[in-house]
Design a protein around this ligand. Structure first.
Ligand SMILES: Cc1ncc(COP(=O)(O)O)c(C=O)c1O
Length: 469
């Protein structure tokens, strides 16, 4: 396994296998099932790792997570060996204590010492839970009766918010028509005038503003919505204020940019993915709330005597049940995501996390400088953190449609060659190349290499482009 872990940082970042070839290989393996063959198992392990994208490779800039850290990797493997569920102290004794300790460490790092928190199964899940917390606070009978007849709650998210909030609305039964997408300003942050306008209009129309979601680190531009202004609007309209910091939460560690999150204690809830910028293996996520009874009020229900044993049982069996984490969670079975993060923290400590995030921001500044000095590259959005949105703008191509196609092609050929992987998105109608620097092993020379690769591929394509047209 350690040999594989090393190889995942070398060679081409991606093999680009075709779906048909992979399907053929998998179907062949399927025909060998039931022979209790260890050779087959190791063949599959090798082929699986060989055909996986090397997400720890220093030329992998594709997602909001990247890299590999040995302490956390060991935690992930040990977690599988121990194979337990986080719901009771009875079956997860040390894991329960570790999760509680971890939560208190990260509460302290974030400056949310007095808040309640729990580990969740991801940022999307945390956003859904935050919506449920908001519903339970506003409608205390929600657990029994659902929404009172005729109520029309509204949820405000920015136009650049992650799609998970819309899925949350669908799952809660409120439906997408309850979402109000507030326009963003030229930097990608929620436009406060627009938010006020929507809140006023909805109140006049008999809707109930329920929840405002501010994003700390949007998925494409890495923008931060104005936390203090949103908190003020939320107070005035009696709304729950949730901060989706799945991506940007780790910026709290930055010595230069940490202040972007200085007012998070003005929110009612705050979600954060350690599996993104902090580099812990997926999934590793936390939801914090200022409202101490919120988890209990929203999630405790049902006859659970077959799993959560009451105090009398506990006395008889000498088992301490007061520490069960399951009753206040939406999950029943839940993996021990705390262990990998705990080992990562023990190994690197808070200072190590600070250095990691500072390094991402330094390298991002370097990438930005490189873009500024290259005549055929342009930055498409002001840089907030470690999201860099740029594109090629080659001489002789000015049509926006054509520029989109050109940049898409450069990205694809770079990926097909196995040299570098970087993602794309749209800003308004313009295709943008979103470079994310979130691998702790990436260095200045990897960033230079990425731009060298990009520019070489773009020059080649430019020649063909002009030749063909
Ligand atoms: C801002 C934001 N929120 C939430 C999510 C969803 O997180 P997860 O993939 O952990 O569900 C993402 C994922 O990219 C995100 O960027």
């Amino acid at each position: 396994m350690s040999d594989h872990a090393r190889r995942r940082k070398q060679g081409p970042v991606n093999q680009q296998p075709s779906y048909t070839d992979l399907q053929q290989a998998v179907t062949n393996q399927s025909s060998l099932a039931g022979k209790k063959s260890w050779n087959l198992i190791w063949d599959v392990v090798d082929s699986y790792l060989d055909n996986s994208v090397k997400t720890a490779h220093p030329q992998y800039f594709n997602q909001l997570w990247a890299g590999q850290s040995d302490p956390a990797m060991i935690g992930a493997i040990v977690e599988v060996i121990s194979n337990t569920s986080m719901y009771t102290f009875e079956v997860a004794p040390l894991a329960t204590v570790i999760e509680n300790e971890l939560i208190s460490v990260f509460r302290q790092h974030l400056g949310l010492e007095t808040w309640a928190a729990q580990m969740t199964t991801g940022g999307s899940n945390s956003n859904f839970l935050a919506l449920l917390l908001a519903l339970h606070r506003r409608f205390p009978d929600y657990q029994q009766t659902g929404l009172p007849a005729g109520t029309k709650p509204r949820v405000y998210i920015s136009a650049d918010a992650h799609y998970s909030m819309e899925k949350a609305l669908m799952m809660s039964g409120l439906g997408l028509h309850a979402a109000v997408k507030v326009a963003v300003d030229e930097n990608g942050a929620m436009d406060m005038q627009e938010l006020h306008r929507h809140l006023q209009q909805d109140t006049n129309d008999g809707h109930k503003p329920l929840l405002i979601v501010g994003t700390a680190g949007t998925t494409v531009r890495g923008a931060f919505d104005p936390i203090e202004d949103i908190a003020d609007a939320a107070r005035r309209h009696n709304c729950w204020f949730h901060i989706d910091a799945a991506w940007g939460g780790a910026i709290r560690y930055s010595t230069s940019q940490g202040a972007l999150l200085k007012s998070i204690d003005q929110a009612d809830s705050f979600s954060w993915d350690a599996h993104k910028m902090l580099g812990v293996p997926l999934m590793c996520s936390m939801l914090f709330t200022k409202q101490h009874d919120a988890f209990r009020n929203a999630f405790r229900l049902g006859d659970t005597s077959y799993i959560f044993h009451d105090a009398i049982d506990a006395n008889e069996q000498s088992i301490d049940t007061n520490h069960d984490l399951g009753p206040d969670s939406l999950q029943c079975g839940r993996r021990v995501d705390a262990l990998k993060m705990w080992l990562e923290f023990l190994f690197y400590g808070k200072e190590g996390f600070q250095r990691r995030i500072d390094q991402f921001l330094d390298l991002s500044a370097l990438a930005e400088q490189r873009i500024a000095t290259e005549p055929e590259l342009e930055l498409q959005a002001p840089r907030w953190i470690n999201n860099i949105c740029f594109r090629s703008k080659p001489e002789g191509i000015s049509d926006e449609q054509e520029l989109n196609q050109f940049n898409q092609k450069v990205r694809q050929s770079l990926m097909q060659s196995g040299k570098s992987m970087v993602n794309q998105a749209y800003l308004n109608q313009a295709l943008t190349i979103r470079l994310i620097i979130a691998n702790k092993d990436v260095t200045e020379s990897d960033i230079s290499q990425f731009f060298d690769n990009w520019i070489a591929e773009a020059s080649e394509l430019k020649r063909e482009w002009h030749y063909e047209s």
